[in-house]
Ligand binder design. Sequence first.
Ligand code: SF4
Length: 288
Amino acid sequence: MHRVKAKTILSGGRSMNIYRGCLHGCIYCDSRSLCYGFTHDFEDIEVKENAPELLEAALKSKRKRCVIGTGAMSDPYLPIESELQLTRRCLELIDRYAFGAAVLTKSTLVLRDAELLQSIHEKARATLQMTLTTFDEQLCSLVEPGVSLSYERFQALCRFRELGVPTVVWLTPLLPFLNDTEENLLGILSYCAEAGVKGIVTFGFGLTLREGDREYYYAALDRHFPGLKQRYIREYGNAYGLPSPNEARLREIFEEFCGKYGIMHIPEEIFADMEVIPEGHEQLSLFP
Ligand code: SF4
């Protein structure tokens, strides 16, 4: 871990990554791709120690409230967050200034901040987004070795439902020949229905790989699934997009399930919905 003083914290005016790099070790992690220009090891976490100060200045300068997103490039609930509490301090500011929050994580450490997110939701808007890819816990521990079990993430989703905070599941990626099965999809979907999630995000039913990410993924396949890398190379070559051979059937099941349970499933609609601060959630005080 190394600490830096960042110059800015919000990209695109509403997205923040307090940490850079990640220790969760997902074998398919896109964030480790070379195109993101890391100048340090991916596991050597960069900590933007002045994130709360930068965020407070940014919130004060905004003329209109919006929803601040976090978790796009690095999990905001890395193990060091327990000690550093930077994500928590940023959420406290979002709450104090009555902005909204959309948090994406794979860690049940987010439960620590559940009541805080509930408060944000009561004043503006909050959404918990939880990635769930693999129903079989043994397989999950191989493809996402550093994160909470899928069942524990499901329980976290249920807790947020109890608190009245909307939840969204990112059901992505589905790894060809590993978790791209009907059984896996139905398992995750059953969690989603039971937890009453508002939306499920998928970007097709497959995986993307690019330089940096691909090498890491293939090394993990060699370690855990001997022979599978060669199959990938035969089927996909060097392609960026690796759709599951079962894509059509998985899509059919997914759309039918979401329709039956009234779950949003078009990504653009889900993202647009998360941005909405409902009428009547009046700004209490921007500058307390
Ligand atoms: S949690 Fe996200 S950023 Fe971290 S290793 Fe997994 S995919 Fe990558």
